[in-house]
Ligand binder design. Structure first.
Ligand code: AMP
Length: 283
């Protein structure tokens, strides 16, 4: 496994693999790797000849006052984890290399970024699309893998690649969960033991809602209210949002008629957790 910090060296390495006829898969991450990240790498491993991973805590996607400074950065363990799943190349650039002081360009996707997390994290998605667009140029891979865990992010990146005719396929991969249902996240490390117990209320509310939709409940108002009650009953939590949206446009739905996505963001203590689930109403 090669670790590369230089932009041009990284681009050359990807192009050299492609020149040999290899299909290159890309898995962008912010590190603090867990089984969710590793599932993306395994998927890339099974579909591609060369697997490239990026580890970069992107400062431009953190709003002022968010957890940029305390975000975990266990680089040696991350490199070992990448090696363990057969990654070929890990790109670990510096902040200065990615965002020199004289940079002036931002990439922005409108509309899809207005609701859900976009309404609560000012500038977040502009930071995400800018860094991912840069990574797609630095590692001009054939296919990139993103988790459904960050469903809005996945849809925003798909839209960016499509709107800007980026020659890369963007694939979504299912959310990996703990045995009790909690979605794996690097931020789960912030949870104290009691908060960790409470946090299971998020996925439980999503699974219950999915079952209710499958058995005929189509009113999003009723579904959202029940979810809110069950999450609040589990302990002190600040609910940023619970929303039922169209899975493509992310527009809020009043009624579920077909496929929908239920998305939520909840703060437990100092930890902001997001999760989502696909639901289907077919009667
Ligand atoms: P992050 O390091 O949090 O920026 O995440 C890097 C990639 O891993 C993103 O595409 C995430 O959606 C994905 N990811 C994070 N957590 C999970 C999870 N529990 N299951 C699947 N993918 C995940």
């Amino acid at each position: 496994m090669r670790r590369i910090t230089e932009i041009t060296t990284c681009r050359d390495a990807v192009r050299q693999a492609q020149a040999k006829g290899q299909r290159v898969g890309l898995v962008p991450t912010m590190g603090a790797l867990h089984e969710g990240h590793l599932s993306l790498m395994r998927e890339a491993r099974s579909r591609c000849d060369t697997v490239a991973v990026t580890i970069f805590v992107n400062p431009t996607q953190f709003a002022p006052g968010e957890d940029l400074e305390r975000y975990p950065r266990p680089l040696e363990a991350d490199l070992a984890a990448c090696k363990g799943v057969g990654v070929d190349l890990v790109f670990t650039p510096s902040v200065a290399a990615m965002f020199p002081d004289d940079a002036m360009t931002r990439v922005r996707v409108n509309k899809l970024t207005e609701g859900l997390c976009g309404a609560y994290r000012s500038g977040h998605f502009d930071g995400v699309t800018t860094v991912v667009a840069k990574l797609f140029h630095i590692l001009p891979a054939d296919v990139a893998f993103f988790g459904e865990k960050d469903y809005q992010q996945l849809m925003v990146i798909k839209r960016m690649a499509r709107d800007l005719n980026m020659p890369i396929e963007v694939l979504g991969c299912p959310t990996v969960r703990e045995a009790d249902g909690l979605a794996l996240s690097s931020r789960n490390a912030y949870l104290a033991p009691q908060q960790r117990e409470q946090a299971v209320s998020l996925s439980r509310a999503l699974f219950t809602a999915k079952a209710q939709v499958a058995s005929g409940e189509c009113s999003t108002g009723i579904i959202m209210q029940r979810m809110r009650e069950s999450i609040e009953a589990a302990g002190p939590a600040q609910i940023d949002y619970i929303e039922v949206v169209d899975p493509e446009s992310l527009a809020p739905l009043n009624e579920i008629r077909g496929a929908a996505r239920i998305c939520l963001a909840v703060r437990i203590g100092g930890c902001r957790l997001i999760d989502n689930i696909g639901v289907d109403y077919t009667v």
